[in-house]
Design a protein around this ligand. Sequence first.
Ligand code: 13P
Length: 251
Amino acid sequence: MRKKILAGNWKMHKTIAESVALAQDIVTALKAKPSASEVIVCPTYVALDRVATVLAGSPVLLGAQDMHWESQGAYTGKISADMLKAIGVTYVILGHSEQRAYFHETDETVNKKTIKALAEGLKPIVCVGETLAEREAEITEKVVETQIRGAYAGISASDAVKTVIAYEPVWAIGTGRNASPQQAQDVHRFIRTLMASLYGDSVANAVQIQYGGSMKPENAAELLSQADVDGGLIGGAALKADAFLGIIASS
Ligand code: 13P
């Protein structure tokens, strides 16, 4: 039985003070009414340290939105795995479609980051997903397979099982148009079958696959009840405590 895993990706939203306030609201609510699901918040880099203080002693874990694959060096603007670990970060989102679309992320850089994160003991949340044009061209599975094979190149089964996969159809992100539960289930099933062919059944059955793309309290229960949907990577609805907590409550 896989544990549900719900992560709020705050993207480029919220000042430090706003991040602290949101984290406090989430922690307070979950302390009063604990969830059986794993809950993660992923603030901006600048808010990580202060949010870590708020999360300390709570069940909520800290995630970062990206990292660089090198340990250190002349990489202006970048953050290393070591720096994230020193703050208390557990998870790191890698290969988000916005990184791919706007910041030159490729399957190769996702692979380098995934390898580095695993080597440093961070848990990668590896994001995959097709664009609307790719879905309409009926190449969703091909696109997702290429992304997964690329991200996991050279990664062993014992490491692969420590990762989380997020299926985020690009056309569903921030659009208010979520994948239908069946559409999500179909791709999640495909990903799990692919992981089985790459790593065997025990890894495939253990690996958690999150759905992301316009998940909200109104559609979460049905999406999360699909057999291969093990959680959510939530953008917009994670920016408000009530909505994020509503999704958690339906998991
Ligand atoms: P939305 O929930 O805003 O569609 O964003 C999903 C996402 O990209 C999470 O990483």
